[in-house]
Write a protein that binds this ligand. Sequence first.
Ligand code: BGC
Length: 410
Amino acid sequence: MKAKKLVSLALAGAMAFSLGACGSSSGSSSTASSAEGEVVSKSDTASTTAAASTDSGKAIQADLSGKKVGISMPTKSLERWNRDGSFLDQQFKNAGADTELTFSDNKIDQQVKDIENLIADNVDLLVVAAIDGESLSNVLADAKDMNIPVIAYDRLIMNTDAISYYVSFDNYKVGELQGQFVIDQLDLDNAGDKTYNIEFTAGDPADNNATFFFNGAMDTLKPYIDKGTLKVPSGQTSFSECGTAAWDTTKAMNRMQNILGSYYSDGTQLDVALCSNDSTALGVTQAIESDYAGDNKVIITGQDGDEANLANIIDGKQTMTVYKAVKNETYVTLALGAAILNGEKPDESLIASSGWDFDCTYDTSSYNNGTAVIPSYLLTPTVVTKDNIQKELVDTGYYKMENGYPKAVG
Ligand code: BGC
């Protein structure tokens, strides 16, 4: 079901605020060291009764007092997870829960340890964005033994029957939007005999999302590659050839420098660098600045709306990003987590009862993690270019302009 709610964004914000604001917190919270691999935020007991009204006028009670929520994020070194971590932490705290938030420095063993510690600390719910979707089966089996429900956050966790739900954006759609953007920019349907050169940069093979992004873009562009309108001079068109371990900027830069050196140094024109996300787009942009001989403007795609990339978009160095409002992802996770902790079995009706002003789809077919299809709440991504940054990012309150460049709020 697709739900486009009529209530204003202000309501969602007010709702989240009221979750904390109408309660009487009797607890304390503390922020511990912010080094990776340590608990970043830990709050003690809070007693909060929260009520939020929906656009249907039916009140949802979300009282998570006495509950403890463990939030495991992959790393602080990729911009978005800092936002996800702090928004999630804040949402659950506002609802009266105790929280523990960890970042694992993109190290798989560290994340396993962090989750072990959260389990040992008797959390009632785990929210996990996996570094490596294949490596958490054992530790999550322990969570299951302890009856701790697990929400896979943003990235699907594979080969485990311990996860109950998945919250993310429509990951395939992200790639489709990037591919369609290229088609529209180059007017490929009316290209006639004209041909264009494109190179692909994909994400981390350990991240289940990465193939969805890549396939969404590749499936959209493949007809033009098959027809010969789009050419890939490097010949690198498979996910395994285009992947970037850990979504690392430097790795993406080095690979693109090699491609430029091997296939473009003879003056061949590069028209498009399709990058799955912003951290890789940053490296690819650097490679083009340093190692590309041509003087045409290369179309460069991205995803996330990282501040450095938005600055590049304003400066005309990157062409677009696919924006995902992670704050909305945390609203969905809070509503889902609260329902699970209340002993409910959330389904599609959670969307209607939550009163969100953003699109959210309940999907029970797309995400099979090797043990079952995991019921998923999927939000909708948006294309952002220089022309609509103000409308999509600033007017919506997600960013504010500082010295001509967008800075994330919150
Ligand atoms: C997220 C992207 C992000 C990437 C690297 C993916 O799992 O969905 O938004 O760019 O990880 O952090």
